[in-house]
Ligand binder design. Structure first.
Ligand code: NAD
Length: 381
């Protein structure tokens, strides 16, 4: 028998920079990164794509980017700065993926150059995916502009688009080369988008960090009142927990488990069942409440603990029930579990709560008990 054995490791590292006014000319964070990254023998280009929701609310952004690069001789800013719709729409309609790929081709973005996406989680997911499949991967930089993308999605390693009616059916595990969280962007978020990302912080706190959960309880009112300082602290702590989890565990999800997806099997299904009327973060809030009630019905956590979780979510302004959960005798929701299993492959693994601050993986879900959990959830409205 002839056999060649091959094995190698590819190290990844990138910084998540927390800053303000990233493109003001006296902020050197971005230029410093570009100056120090990669092989200085090659001249680099940088292409920017902006989420329309951001461009509309920050009308001077394009101008600021152009001014920021005007004296930079080390890198060429592509003249055209593309603005495309934000939100789930951009992941559902492959037109935008095509447009991004066309721009990468048209402006000659090669593997030494950069694609930079400024936007919410959906926009970053789509542009990140385009960057990863063009030339088998060009470097991408993320500038997340929502709470959810700054505290979770933008700091991770995944990207993707929806396809065949399935969330993130196309996608890759490909880390960005840098992330810049500019807190200025948060000031223009709608109340819904300001709130929705907090659910990802609650998720990670519930499965990993009781003191952070308690901090969220104490600071819920301030966050609901749009206190930016408190929000920034929440984002930093949540991003750190997500980042740490990714690097210390299974970054490219080789196994079947996805502990960070507590509350997500129902959330993903709910997004489809509501035709994306509800935001990802809002769906996650419902998913967290549902799986917390299920954990209580299994006898893992107490009624008092569930009440705390529900109270926190409600104090932040989340609505924890949607009628689509109950439709078709809950079978529509139930389908979500099978889709989750399919997406992961292998054995069904979902995370529920062993106690506050600690997740627990389970491989079977009792439909009758889950139906009961949905009924309990309905009582919260
Ligand atoms: P979003 O990207 O859908 O954006 C919501 C809305 O906010 C959009 O209309 C957008 O235009 C607008 N917007 C963005 N920034 C703004 C700003 N600064 N001011 C005003 N409006 C602004 O919402 P999201 O919650 O950021 O992201 C949700 C997406 O993230 C989902 O597709 C979800 O699947 C994905 N996600 C990905 C990962 C991952 O690991 N890749 C993890 C979690 C979630």
């Amino acid at each position: 028998m002839n056999l060649i054995k091959q094995a190698f490791q590819v190290p990844y590292s990138f910084n998540i920079v927390f800053t303000k006014d990233l493109f003001s000319t006296d902020n050197q964070e971005f230029t410093n990164f570009l100056a120090n990254f990669g092989d200085s023998r090659f001249h680099k280009k940088i292409l920017f794509l902006i989420d329309e929701g951001v461009a509309k609310n920050h009308p001077l952004l394009v101008q600021s980017i152009k001014a920021y690069f005007s004296n930079n001789t080390n890198i060429t800013l592509v003249d055209e700065i593309l603005v495309m719709p934000g939100g789930e729409f951009v992941k559902n309609d492959t037109t935008y993926l095509d447009q991004t790929l066309l721009a990468i081709n048209k402006y000659g973005i090669d593997r030494h150059s950069f694609v930079t996406a400024i936007g919410g989680g959906a926009f970053l997911d789509m542009v990140g995916y385009a960057s990863c499949i063009a030339h088998r991967g060009v470097k991408h930089i993320r500038i997340p502009t929502t709470v959810l993308s700054q505290n979770d999605s933008g700091v991770g390693v995944k990207n993707g688009v929806n396809f065949l009616g399935k969330k993130n059916f196309l996608g890759t595990f490909s880390p960005p080369v840098a992330v810049f969280n500019d807190s200025n962007f948060l000031t223009t978020l709608s109340d819904r988008d300001w709130r929705s990302g907090i659910s990802e912080a609650i998720k990670v706190a519930l499965i990993k960090d009781l003191p952070f959960f308690e901090w969220l309880e104490i600071n819920a009112k301030a966050m609901a009142e749009r206190n930016l300082t408190v929000m920034n602290e929440q984002i930093f702590r949540s991003a750190a927990l997500h980042t740490n989890h990714i690097s210390s565990g299974d970054p490219f999800e080789m196994g079947s488990a996805r502990p960070l997806d507590f509350g997500h099997w129902a959330a993903h299904k709910l997004e489809y069942l509501t035709n994306f009327e509800i935001r990802h973060g809002e769906a996650v809030a419902i998913g967290i409440a549902l799986d917390s009630i299920y954990s209580q019905l299994l006898g893992l956590i107490s009624q008092e603990e569930v009440n705390r979780i529900i109270a926190l979510l409600k104090n932040l302004g989340f609505t924890l029930y949607h009628k689509s959960l109950g439709e078709n005798n809950k079978l529509n929701l139930w389908e979500g579990l099978n889709e989750f299993r399919e997406h992961l492959g292998g054995q069904l693994t979902i995370t529920i709560l062993e106690r506050l601050g600690k997740g627990k993986e389970i491989h079977e879900v009792d439909f009758e008990l889950m139906k009961l959990a949905v009924d309990e959830l309905e009582k919260t409205i």
